[in-house]
Write a protein that binds this ligand. Structure first.
Ligand code: ATP
Ligand code: MG
Length: 395
């Protein structure tokens, strides 16, 4: 059986009223983008509070479904058989054939639900449902009707260009279409957490851009490649993203030389935030995003997070803040970043870490330690900004 259309269902919450068209238009754009490199030709359009994808000619069904499953904002993907209207007798035969092919095991309950967009059709919705139901019942003795909790909801839509039949609903990604909730700057490392954090924020409709700090020659080309790979996987959900790659070596060395070693990580993170804010400001991001979670490591105790936050003027979003590592791993596995994240290439943070980092940093003390950098660090930060490389990932 050939599915020549997909009917895409989206959640209704929060999109009532005037904002609805914005939500729908963003969704149409994201669906088009998702199908861009799938084999086949697709027409994506909205009609009567639904989004349809017409698939012209041959196309890669499996790939199309895989891509659609990553579009935030969709709650269900229904593959539709589009029938020509050749009279009700022909429709009955086609619907019976549809049930036969779709459900080889007939021990099931069903219900027919009809929507009639074309009001000139000779039967009304109730009659269509009833008569098609009867046709299915008499064709398959094992099938039963259940109007309250059917196993199969057989949907029939009478439309201007034909009759649409569908019953399968493939679960969508949920969330909101990317582009409906502003933009944020993700601090993306090669770890497990930050790609998962980026995914979660993008799922809420936020467009993301990312910044990665590396420290050549202490970190390798392969560590950088790993981050590019992670950005590419996340972009499969979030859409193409800009990734700013910042050379952090001299800043780290300077901190290492001048500041108490147990404060290295905190001070380093404060510089990461400052630089991330710089890029955020330039591209209209309304917040920063990190993969931090309370207590995960010394730099993520409540005191450490407060010390890190101290330098930020933008809100910092930490979608994993209350997650255990195993919950984060579960997300990473689901979105396909885990295998890449566990590749053993050193990230810049792991090079300059102290044996006994402070777990309860005092903000005043940290500020005083940072004063030792004054006079030289400004230039290093400027150089890091000036020499940053920006690549577009996922296009
Ligand atoms: P892991 O998954 O092993 O915890 P991580 O990258 O999360 O790795 P953390 O030390 O926990 O490492 O860092 C906390 C957060 O800080 C990260 O989630 C990320 O948002 C940010 N971060 C850390 N290192 C970098 C880096 N090199 N470049 C950009 N952001 C970074
Ligand atoms: Mg982490």
């Amino acid at each position: 059986m050939r599915f020549s259309t997909f009917l895409l269902k989206y959640g209704e919450i929060g999109i009532k009223g005037k904002n609805r068209y914005l939500f729908e238009d963003a969704l149409v754009r994201q669906v088009r983008r998702a199908l861009l490199d799938v084999d086949g030709e697709f027409q994506v359009y909205k009609s009567q509070a639904r989004i349809y994808v017409d698939c012209e000619g041959e196309y890669d069904y499996e790939d199309a479904v895989e891509r659609l499953k990553r579009v935030f904002g969709l709650v269900g993907i229904c593959p539709v058989v589009r029938l020509k209207d050749e009279g009700f007798e022909a429709l009955k035969k086609d619907v019976v054939a549809y049930m036969d092919e779709t459900y080889p095991d007939k021990r099931l309950t069903f219900k027919v639900e009809t929507r009639r967009a074309r009001k000139s059709y000779p039967k009304n919705s109730m009659e269509i449902s009833r008569d098609l139901g009867e046709a299915v019942l008499s064709a398959f003795p094992d099938i039963r009707v259940d109007v309250h909790h059917p196993d199969v909801m057989l949907n029939v839509e009478v439309r201007a260009d034909g009759i649409y039949v569908y019953s399968q609903v493939i679960p969508g990604a949920g969330g909101m279409p990317v582009g409906t909730n502003g933009k944020a700057m993700l601090l993306l490392s090669g770890g497990i957490d930050s790609p998962a954090a980026g995914y979660m924020i993008a799922k809420r409709g936020v467009e993301i851009e990312a910044v990665y700090f590396h420290a050549p020659p202490y970190t390798s080309e392969r560590a950088k490649q790993k981050v590019l790979d992670l950005a590419r996987i996340v972009s499969g959900y979030s859409g193409p993203m800009k990734l700013h790659i910042v050379n952090f070596t001299d800043i780290q060395l300077s901190i290492y030389e001048q500041c108490p070693h147990d404060e290295l990580t905190i001070i380093m993170r404060r510089y990461m935030m400052r630089i991330a804010e710089h890029f955020a400001g330039k591209s209209g991001c309304l917040g920063l995003v990190t993969g931090e979670s309370i207590g995960q490591v010394a730099s993520q105790t409540m005191q450490s997070l407060a010390a890190t936050n101290d330098v930020c003027t933008l809100p910092v979003y930490r979608p994993l803040i209350g997650f255990d590592k195993r919950d984060i791993v579960e997300i990473a596995e689901k979105i396909g970043t885990f295998e890449t994240s566990i590749q053993p290439f050193e990230d810049c943070c792991t090079i300059f870490v102290a044996k006994h980092p402070v777990t309860k940093p005092n903000i005043e003390v940290i500020r005083r330690s940072e004063e030792k950098l004054t006079g030289k660090i400004e230039e290093l930060v400027q150089t890091a900004l000036d020499t940053a490389e920006t690549v577009k990932v996922g296009e």
